[in-house]
Design a protein around this ligand. Structure first.
Ligand SMILES: Nc1ncnc2c1ncn2[C@@H]1O[C@H](COP(=O)(O)OP(=O)(O)O)[C@@H](O)[C@H]1O
Ligand SMILES: [Mg+2]
Length: 314
C-alpha cells in the first residue's frame, strides 16, 4: 500500500529504536543547540543558455542563528528576505555557498549525515496539496516511516500517535481531498511527526488557510512544542502567530536585522515598519493609545494584557 513512498520523501535508511523517543524529548527543555548556522551565505546563480553567469542573488547574507532543543522559534520577514532559502538549509535541501550549518551537531555538507538530518529536521511547506499524496489520511501519514524502513507494526503506532497529536485521529479513514485546508495541513504535519523528528521547520504553513484553519494549525504546532518537546521553527508573516515564541528572528534582505523575545521585538513598532512588517493588532492599538497619551508599557501582545494595563490607568 505504500507504493508511492519515493515521491513523499527521498531519504531512505533503517529505522531506529524509538522506544525512548517521547520520554527523551519530554524530559524538559534541554538546552543544547539543535540547529546552528555559522556565517551562512547562500547565492542563487543565474546562468544564460551558454552557462555564463548572468546574475547572482545573495539570498542569505552572513546569517548566524542558534536554536536550542525544545524551543519555539519564529522567523519573520517580508517577501524575498531569505526565509525559505534559510529554511532549506536546515534540512539539507540547499547547501551553504559560504559558512556552515549544523543540525544536531552534524554538518549538513557531510553526505554521510544526510539521511539522519532529513529525519531529524522535518519540513512542512505552504501548500498542503503538494505534500499529501495518500488516498487515505492514515496511509499518507505512514509513508514517511515506511520509507525509513520502520517495521509495519511500529508504523501503525506512529500513525496513530501522530494523528492524535495534531487532533486528526478521527479523520484517519477519510480521503484527504475531503478535508479543509487546516485539516490537510495538520495531516501534513502528522506525516512529518511520524518520522520522529527532533525539529520541525514550517515554512508559512498557514499562508493558504482561512482564519480558522490558521488557528487549528498553530494550536497543533504549539502543542507539539509544549507537550512533545519538539523544537519548532515557524516561518510566518502573521504576527499573531509569533507571540508565544521563545525567540524571534527578523530577516530583511538576507540577513537577521532583529532578534529577541516577542515582547522585545514587538516593542519596536517603528523599526518593524521600516522592515515592512507590522505588529499584532492589539500591540498596534496599544502603541497608538500610548502615542495619544495613555500611559501604557511597550510590547503589549495580548488583549487581556491591554485590559489589565488600561484598568491601572483609571
Ligand atoms: N530558485 C531561485 N532562483 C533564484 N533566486 C531565487 C530563488 N529562490 C529565491 N530566490 C531569491 O532569493 C531571495 C530570497 O528568497 P526567499 O528565500 O524565497 O525569501 P522569502 O522566503 O523570505 O520570501 C529573493 O530575492 C528571491 O527572489
Ligand atoms: Mg518563502
Amino acid at each position: 500500500m505504500y507504493n508511492k513512498t519515493r515521491v513523499k520523501n527521498d531519504s531512505t535508511g533503517k529505522g531506529r529504536d524509538n522506544g525512548l523517543y517521547v520520554e527523551r524529548l519530554s524530559m524538559g527543555k534541554e538546552k543544547n543547540n539543535i540547529v546552528k548556522t555559522d556565517d551562512l551565505v547562500f547565492e542563487y546563480i543565474r546562468r544564460d543558455e551558454d552557462g555564463n553567469v548572468e546574475g547572482i542573488t545573495t539570498a542569505v547574507d552572513h546569517v548566524d542563528i542558534s536554536i536550542k532543543q525544545g524551543d519555539f522559534v519564529a522567523i519573520l520577514g517580508h517577501n524575498g528576505s531569505g526565509k525559505s532559502t534559510l529554511a532549506k538549509h536546515l534540512n539539507a535541501i540547499l547547501y551553504p555557498t559560504e559558512g556552515t550549518v549544523w543540525v544536531d551537531g552534524k554538518d549538513t555538507k557531510d553526505e554521510d549525515s544526510l539521511i539522519e538530518i532529513r529525519k531529524e529536521a522535518g519540513m512542512v511547506f505552504q501548500n498542503p496539496d503538494n505534500q499529501i499524496i495518500g488516498q487515505i489520511v492514515e496511509e499518507d501519514v505512514g509513508f514517511g516511516p515506511e520509507n525509513l524502513g520502520v517495521p509495519t507494526e511500529e508504523i501503525w503506532a506512529r500513525v496513530e500517535e501522530s494523528l492524535k497529536a495534531v487532533g486528526m485521529y478521527e479523520f484517519r479513514k477519510k480521503s484527504p481531498n475531503r478535508l479543509s485546508g487546516g485539516q490537510k495541513q495538520r495531516v501534513s504535519i502528522a506525516g512529518v511527526l511520524a518520522m520522529h523528528p527532533k525539529c520541525i521547520i514550517l515554512d508559512e504553513p498557514t499562508a493558504m488557510l482561512d482564519p480558522n484553519g490558521r488557528k487549528e494549525v498553530i494550536r497543533a504546532v504549539r502543542a507539539l512544542n509544549d507537550v512533545e518537546g519538539i523544537t519548532v521553527i515557524l516561518i510566518t508573516h502573521y504576527m499573531e502567530e509569533v507571540i508565544h515564541a521563545d525567540h524571534v528572528y527578523v530577516m530583511d534582505k538576507g540577513s537577521v536585522k532583529m532578534q529577541g523575545t516577542p515582547k522585545e521585538i514587538f516593542s519596536q513598532v517603528e523599526k518593524l515598519k521600516q522592515l515592512r512588517l507590522s505588529v499584532p493588532q492589539v500591540t498596534l492599538l496599544s502603541y497608538e493609545l500610548k502615542k495619544a497619551g495613555v500611559p501604557l508599557p511597550d510590547g503589549i501582545l495580548e488583549t487581556d494584557e491591554l485590559i489589565r494595563e488600561l484598568k491601572k490607568v483609571q
